[in-house]
Design a protein around this ligand. Structure first.
Ligand code: FES
Length: 180
């Protein structure tokens, strides 16, 4: 029976080997579940935890799948959807909102085709080619510098539409150059 379930999961044998290694390395340690989930997300090409991977972890650790889901949905650094190679985070806190962060977000949504998702209330979107993930945060703690946008971990203050356009265009151009 266990063999049948393993066969149905869409995980390569290489991926299983790496996951098993992470589980064994951390077995018995404090914070076991959090640690293995973090490490397993890190080895995923698109930095997320697919449902089949979570099922596999549950089987290998005997931790109920419901408990694993509780953890991954509680902590915002776990992703259940593929993440883009570049992460753009737009602050939607009050200070940034009053300084125009909504129009920056709408502009990005128009440029990257996720206006529909934005309207439906989602706060994280990844472009179909998995190049960009755009997400919102409640506050960066840098309200005096509003509006604030982070790109690949670098915080940009007093963001304007033209500054953002330049940064995104240069990211897109470097992506195009990489493809050639
Ligand atoms: S509200 Fe944007 S940094 Fe605080």
């Amino acid at each position: 029976m266990a063999f049948k379930i393993l066969k149905e999961l869409k995980i390569s044998s290489e991926e299983k080997r790496k996951i098993d290694e992470i589980i064994e390395k951390n077995r018995g340690r404090e914070g076991f579940l959090l640690t293995i989930l973090e490490e397993i997300q890190e080895i995923n090409k698109h930095k997320y935890l697919p449902s089949d991977v979570l099922e596999y972890i549950s089987m290998r650790t005997n931790i109920p799948l419901s408990r694993i889901y509780n953890v991954v949905t509680f902590y915002s650094f776990f992703n259940l959807k593929p993440q883009g190679e570049h992460l753009i985070t737009v602050c939607r806190g009050t200070a940034c909102h009053t300084k125009g962060s909504k129009s920056l977000l709408l502009e990005l949504a128009g440029k990257m085709n996720f206006l529909k998702e934005l309207e439906s209330g989602e706060n994280s979107f990844t472009t179909k080619d998995n190049k960009f993930t755009i997400q919102t945060v409640a506050c960066f703690g840098q309200c005096a510098l509003a509006p604030v946008v982070a790109i690949d971990g670098v915080i940009y203050s007093n963001m304007t539409s033209s500054k953002l356009n330049k940064l995104i265009s240069s990211l897109m151009n470097s992506e195009r150059r990489r493809k050639k």
